[in-house]
Design a protein around this ligand. Structure first.
Ligand code: HDE
Length: 727
C-alpha cells in the first residue's frame, strides 16, 4: 500500500538525523536492490525502529515485525557437534585414474572421465566450535561423494588408528578428553588429568598416543596432512567377490607439521589459521589435492599379517601391503555459506554405495548407528537428508514420510509398499538385481558374547613400530610433547602410569619422558600388573616403516615450494634491484611473497621510489610464514635491527626451523642472533636453512636457488642453536 504524505513526514521526523544519514547511504541501492520483507513476504517500510506508543514510549506487543525478527535470531544456533565441532569445509571433485572394476562396482571408481562432486570437512576433535585451529589434536577428514548411486561418506581422520578398540569406550574417551566437567577447563587440549587418567588405564590407547604426541597432531595445513578411513572396509565387485580394504588420502604437498611452540602462538594470534589457509588457497586457485590410496587384502590373507585387521588400533604397514593410488581429490570451491554447508553437513559411515561394505571392526559397528542419532539431535529431526548440502544428487524415493521440517511434497494416496493404489501395480519396486545394494554374505555362527577378541591383545608392537620408524627430529618432538602434556597434570600417579606403559614401547623413550617429571623411573613390571594391560605381541615381519615418517624430501617439479608463505622484511632505504629477482624466482617456484614492514602503505627505496607494503609487523608475526627474506640496504637493515619486533620475527623463525635468507646488509639481523658472525661457508653449513646473499642483481639467481631449496625442505629441525634461542 502506498504511503500517505502524513505518514512519510511523521516517519522522517521520528527517525531523526542519524536515520536520515543511514537512508542516504543506502540510497544508491534503493532502486535495484531487492526489497526487505518479513519471512511471509510482507514488504518492510522501516527496518530500524520498533513500534512504540509514542517516540519515547514502550514497545507495543503487536509489533509482529520485531517479534519475527528477534524470535528467528533467538533460534539461530543449533547444537555443535559433540566431537569435531570445530571445522572447515570445501567443495571439489574426485576423479578415478582408471576403472577399479576388478575390486569394486562402486560407480565413482569406474570411469576416469567422470568427475564426482564432493564436499570435504576437516576438523579438530576435542575443541568447541570457536576453539583454535592449531591445538594438539587428531584432525577429522570427512569426504562426502555425491555419486549417481547415492551419497558415499568416507568419514576418516588424519591418523590411521584410533584410541580404543570397542565402541563401548567412546563416550568414556570423549568425556575424559573434553574440558573437565566441574570447571570446564581446559578448552581443546588433552593436557589435563582426566584424559591421561583414562589413557593410562587403557593401554590399548598407546599406539594412538604416539601419533597424537607427534607432529601429525599439529599439521602445518589441512592441505598437508594425510587422511585415513581407519577401519578395515570391504570392496565388492560385480560378481560379489569381496576383498578387505584400507583407505588412504595422500596429499600432493607432502605431510608437514608446525613446531609446538609455533602452534601454541598461532592459536592466540590467528585462531583461524587452518581455516584461513584452506579458504585463501582455494580463492587464489591453489587447489588442494590428495590421491586416494587403497590397501587391498584378500580375505584369506588376513591371518598371515600377525595382527587383527578388525582392531582399529592397528594399521597395515605399507611395506606389507602397498598403497595403490587410484584417483585424485581436488578442492576447488569455497562454500557460499558456512552454516548452510559446513555446519549442516551430516556425515555418516553408513552412507554407503554398492561396491563398498563394512567389516566387523567393533568400533566401526558402533559408529554405524551413532551418526544418524547425532544428526537427528543436531539438525532437528529425521529430514536432515533434505538439506541442500546433504541431498543425494540421484533421485531418491521411498515411503518414509513427514517429520519436522519436511520439504518434499509427496503426492498420491499410498505411503506403503506393496500397494496396488499407487498408480500402477506398485509405485516403486525394490531392485534385487545388479543395481541394488547387497551386503556381502558372510557366515556367522558363534555364541553371543560380550568380550574382546584375544587377537586384540597386542597393545604395544605397533606403537613400537611407529616409534622406531620416526626420524630423529620426530622422536625429539614426541618426547617433548609427552613431557609437556604430563607436565600439566596435577597427579604424579597418572604421570607414573603413563611412563610405565611407555616402557613397553621403548625403555629409552620412557626414561627420557620421565626424566624432568619428578617421578620414579619407569617401571614396566608395574604397568604389566595393572588391569586392562595386554601385551601378547604378534610378530611383525618389519621393524621400521618409512611410510610412518613425515615428509622431509622436497617436492619435485616446477613448483617445489607451492603455496609457501614468505615474509619479505623491509624498511625505508631498502635496496630493490637485488631483491626483486629473488621475489620473482620464489613466486615462480610457487611461493607467495608478502612484504612486511613497520607500517602499512609503502616504504621509500634507497633511490627514493615507493615500495608497497602488504602488512605491518605488529599484525603479522613470523608464525604466519614458512620462511623469511630480509632485504638489503644499509638504512633498511639498521632500522629493522633496531626494532625488537623485527629481531624477534627473525629469531622466532630461526627457532621454528624456517628457511631464512638475508641479502647484503640485511645479514645484520642474523648477526644479532650470532648466526652470521664471520659468515664463511663453514659457519653457514652449521646453520641449516640459512642463506646469505650479496643482494646484487648478479647474485640473485644463486641466492634464490639456495633459498628455494631450503624452503622446499619445509623445516630445518637440525639447527644446533635452536634451543638456545629465546623466543
Ligand atoms: Fe566419529 N562422530 N565417532 N569417529 N567422527 C562424529 O557425528 C562416533 C570415530 C569422525 O566433519 C559425530 O556428525 C562414535 C572414529 C569425524 O561432520 C558423532 C565413535 C573416527 C567426524 C560421532 C566414533 C571418527 C565425526 C559428531 C566410536 C575416525 C566429523 C557429530 C564408536 C575414523 C564429521 C557428527 C564432520 C563425528 C560418533 C569414532 C571420525 C557423535 C560413537 C574411529 C571425521 O556421531
Amino acid at each position: 500500500m502506498p504511503r500517505s504524505k502524513e505518514t512519510t513526514n511523521a516517519k522522517s521526523k521520528t527517525n531523526g538525523a542519524a536515520s536520515a544519514k543511514q537512508q542516504q547511504m543506502l540510497a544508491h541501492t534503493a532502486t535495484d536492490a531487492p526489497v526487505l520483507t518479513t519471512n511471509q513476504g510482507l514488504r518492510l517500510a522501516d527496518n530500524h525502529n520498533s513500534l512504540k506508543a509514542g517516540v519515547r514510549g514502550p514497545t507495543l506487543l503487536e509489533d509482529f515485525i520485531l517479534r519475527e525478527k528477534i524470535t528467528h535470531f533467538d533460534h539461530e544456533r543449533i547444537p555443535e557437534r559433540v566431537v569435531h565441532a570445530r571445522g572447515a569445509g570445501a567443495h571439489g571433485y574426485f576423479q578415478a585414474y582408471k576403472s577399479q572394476a576388478t575390486y569394486t562396482r562402486a560407480a565413482f571408481l569406474q570411469d576416469p572421465d567422470v568427475k564426482t562432486p564432493v564436499f570435504v570437512r576437516f576438523s579438530t576433535v576435542a575443541g568447541a566450535r570457536g576453539s583454535a585451529d592449531t591445538v594438539r589434536d587428531v584432525r577429522g577428514f570427512a569426504v562426502k561423494f555425491y555419486t549417481p548411486e547415492g551419497n558415499y561418506d568416507l568419514v576418516g581422520n588424519n591418523i590411521p588408528v584410533f584410541f580404543i578398540q570397542d565402541a563401548m569406550k567412546f563416550p568414556d574417551l570423549i568425556h575424559a578428553v573434553k574440558p573437565e566437567p566441574h570447571h570446564e577447563m581446559p578448552q581443546a587440549a588433552s593436557a589435563h588429568d582426566t584424559f591421561w587418567d583414562f589413557a593410562s588405564l587403557m593401554p590399548e590407547t598407546t599406539h594412538m598416543l604416539m601419533w597424537a604426541m607427534s607432529d601429525r597432531a599439529i599439521p602445518r595445513s589441512y592441505r598437508m596432512m594425510e587422511g585415513f578411513g581407519v577401519h578395515t572396509f570391504r570392496l565388492v565387485n560385480s560378481r560379489g567377490d569381496a576383498v578387505f580394504v584400507k583407505f588412504h588420502w595422500k596429499p600432493r604437498l607432502g605431510v608437514h607439521g608446525l613446531a609446538w611452540d609455533e602452534a601454541q602462538k598461532i592459536a592466540g594470534k590467528d585462531p583461524d589459521f587452518h581455516r584461513r589457509d584452506l579458504w585463501e588457497s582455494i580463492e587464489r586457485g591453489d587447489f588442494p589435492e590428495w590421491e586416494l590410496g587403497l590397501q587391498i587384502l584378500d580375505e584369506d590373507k588376513q591371518q598371515a599379517l600377525g595382527f587383527d585387521i578388525l582392531d582399529p588400533t592397528k594399521l597395515i604397514p605399507e611395506e606389507m601391503v602397498p598403497v595403490q593410488r587410484v584417483g585424485r581429490l581436488v578442492l576447488d570451491r569455497n562454500p557460499d555459506n558456512f552454516f548452510a554447508e559446513t555446519e549442516q553437513v551430516a556425515f555418516h559411515p553408513g552412507h554407503i554405495v554398492p561396491g563398498i561394505d563394512f567389516s566387523n571392526d567393533p568400533l566401526l559397528q558402533g559408529r554405524l548407528f551413532s551418526y544418524t542419532d547425532t544428526q537427528i539431535s543436531r539438525l532437528g529431526g529425521a529430514n536432515f537428508h533434505e538439506l541442500p548440502i546433504n541431498r543425494a544428487v540421484c533421485p531418491f524415493h521411498n515411503f518414509q514420510r513427514d517429520g519436522m521440517h519436511r520439504q518434499t511434497v509427496n503426492r498420491g494416496r499410498t505411503a506403503y509398499e506393496p500397494n496396488t493404489l499407487g498408480g500402477g501395480d506398485t509405485e516403486f519396486r525394490v531392485d534385487g538385481g545388479s543395481q541394488g545394494f547387497q551386503e556381502v554374505q558372510t557366515a556367522i555362527e558363534s555364541p553371543r558374547i560380550r568380550r574382546r577378541s584375544p587377537s586384540f591383545d597386542d597393545h604395544f608392537s605397533q606403537a613400537a613400530l611407529f616409534w622406531h620408524s620416526q626420524s630423529q627430529f620426530e622422536k625429539e618432538h614426541i618426547i617433548a610433547a609427552f613431557r609437556f602434556e604430563l607436565g600439566k597434570l596435577e597427579m604424579p600417579a597418572i604421570r607414573q602410569r603413563v611412563v610405565d606403559n611407555l616402557a613397553h614401547v621403548d625403555p629409552m623413550l620412557a626414561r627420557k619422558v620421565a626424566a624432568p617429571l619428578g617421578i620414579a623411573p619407569p617401571d614396566p613390571k608395574a604397568a604389566a600388573g595393572r588391569a586392562g594391560f595386554r601385551d601378547v605381541r604378534g610378530k611383525l615381519p618389519i621393524e621400521e616403516s618409512a611410510a610412518l615418517r613425515m615428509t622431509t624430501e622436497p617436492l619435485h617439479g616446477s613448483r617445489p615450494i607451492a603455496t609457501r608463505r614468505v615474509a619479505v622484511l623491509v624498511a625505508d632505504g631498502v635496496e630493490t634491484p637485488g631483491l626483486k629477482p629473488i621475489v620473482q624466482a620464489l613466486e615462480q617456484a610457487g611461493a607467495r611473497c608478502v612484504v612486511v614492514s613497520t607500517q602499512l602503505g609503502s616504504v621509500a627505496t634507497v633511490t627514493g621510489r615507493q615500495f608497497a607494503v602488504d602488512h605491518a609487523l605488529a599484525a603479522m608475526p613470523s608464525v604466519m610464514f614458512d620462511a623469511v627474506l630480509v632485504a638489503g640496504g644499509e638504512r633498511s637493515a639498521q632500522a629493522l635491527a633496531g626494532l625488537g619486533a623485527a629481531v624477534h620475527f627473525v629469531l622466532e623463525a630461526y627457532k621454528h626451523g624456517k628457511a631464512i635468507c638475508a641479502l647484503g646488509e640485511g645479514a645484520v639481523l642474523l648477526r644479532l642472533l650470532d648466526i652470521a658472525a664471520g659468515a664463511d661457508v663453514q659457519t653457514l653449513a652449521r646453520h641449516p636453512g640459512v642463506t646469505l646473499g650479496a643482494g646484487t642483481p648478479e647474485s640473485a639467481e644463486a641466492t634464490a636457488k639456495s633459498f628455494v631449496d631450503a624452503i622446499a625442505r619445509h623445516r630445518h629441525w637440525d639447527r644446533p642453536l635452536a634451543d638456545a634461542v629465546p623466543g
